[in-house]
Design a protein around this ligand. Structure first.
Ligand code: AKG
Length: 354
């Protein structure tokens, strides 16, 4: 561990007594899918929770030292315009093959059915098979940045944090960016499951305003055959009274479920487009972008890691726990900050001249 633990991490969650003290389990877990993924395991003595460290730990990439080094990660105006027109921006190289392999070493431990990672108790959620069908397996987890150094550092990767600052605010101002959470999505060879069509912000209305963004990083080449990520271009304009589309399948298992809530016009515009990411490439997508993926029937696994960010200034819109039942609540109306929501990039870092 480096000596670079963030000295400026005063942003502790507010400590006033919250209503959550009185919430029963039924209210806390809004759906069965979340309840199934609850992780409750004691950690080995001395196991460090890496979410207390708000700078890269080192090892995965070289942290930029000058404004010029930060600048080289910026998107062109054409890329920014394309994001706002289509709702997503695919095929941006953010990791080398070697960096992906390093992450896959950690991934293999998480996928091991016979033993748990010693830090397993730090996951916010862990679903070994989200849909429950043994013929359509989808591993889905949140919180691994707390557990391994390489996944910790992905959340601070300049190649995703700098572009996010350009894309995350609908005003198109470049803004300070914070981590919301990370995710793993893995489909095993031959019997990998689907991820049903959804908009991410349908799951995130407990935070507002909507200044959020998702980065999906392929750790294996993605194809149509192995269940690569697909988008519905333009669907980031689909809302219901200013709100996202309702969630149609908590377990991500039914690709057809969204059809029941689309208008005729939306159905006509429903044109799934594969992103065909290569290993180490990422796509950036809008919080209202409808996306999903089909099953993996190939003889190789399809693994991805996802980082979700929001703009600094986003507030909590709930007195319920935000990520799991174990962390302190951020009361409704209070700023999202503290141990689990570090700053990952500030545009002012680009002004450093030496
Ligand atoms: O891995 C998948 O196919 C789905 C991932 C996803 O929902 C996302 O990247 O937001």
């Amino acid at each position: 561990m480096s000596s670079t633990e963030d000295p400026a991490t005063p942003d502790q969650p507010p400590t006033k007594k919250s209503k959550s003290d009185d919430i029963d389990e039924k209210t806390m877990y809004k759906n069965e899918a979340r309840k199934k993924g609850v992780v409750d395991l004691n950690l080995p003595e001395g196991f460090k929770d890496l979410s207390t460290v708000h700078v890269p730990i080192g090892g995965l990439f070289d942290q930029p030292q000058t404004g010029k080094e930060w600048h080289k990660y910026k998107l062109t105006q054409e890329q920014v315009d394309s994001y706002w027109t289509n709702g997503y921006l695919p095929n941006i190289r953010v990791l080398s093959e070697d960096q992906c392999d390093k992450l896959l070493e950690d991934y293999k431990v998480f996928l091991d059915p016979d033993k748990l990672h010693p830090g397993h108790g730090l996951f916010f959620e862990f679903h070994r098979n989200q849909g429950g069908d043994p013929n359509n397996v989808l591993l889905h987890a949140l919180g691994h940045w707390r557990i391994t150094a390489a996944f910790h550092d992905v959340c601070f990767l300049p190649a995703i944090a700098v572009p996010s600052s350009q894309l995350i605010d609908p005003s198109r101002e470049e803004v300070d960016v914070r981590l919301w959470h990370d995710q793993l999505f893995a489909k095993p060879a031959k019997h990998g499951g689907v991820v049903a069509w959804h908009q991410d912000y349908s799951y995130w209305t407990r935070t507002k305003p909507m200044k959020h963004l998702t980065i999906h990083i392929a750790l294996d080449d993605q194809t149509v055959e192995n269940g690569g990520l697909h988008f519905i271009p333009g669907s980031h304009r689909w809302t219901r009274n200013g709100m996202p589309l309702p969630i149609t399948d908590d377990n991500f298992a039914d690709m057809e479920s969204i059809k029941g809530i689309l208008t005729e016009e939306e159905k006509a515009d429903f044109k799934p487009t594969p992103s065909l990411l290569k290993k180490g490439e990422a796509s950036f997508h809008h919080p209202l972008m409808v996306h999903g993926s089909y099953s993996n029937r190939t003889d190789k696994p399809r693994r991805a890691c996802v980082v979700n960010y929001f703009a600094d200034g986003v507030i909590s819109d709930t007195d319920d726990p935000l990520l799991s039942q174990k962390e302190p609540v951020i009361p409704k109306g209070c700023k999202m900050e503290g141990q689990f929501f570090p700053i990952v990039y500030k545009p002012q870092w680009e002004s450093v001249s030496t």
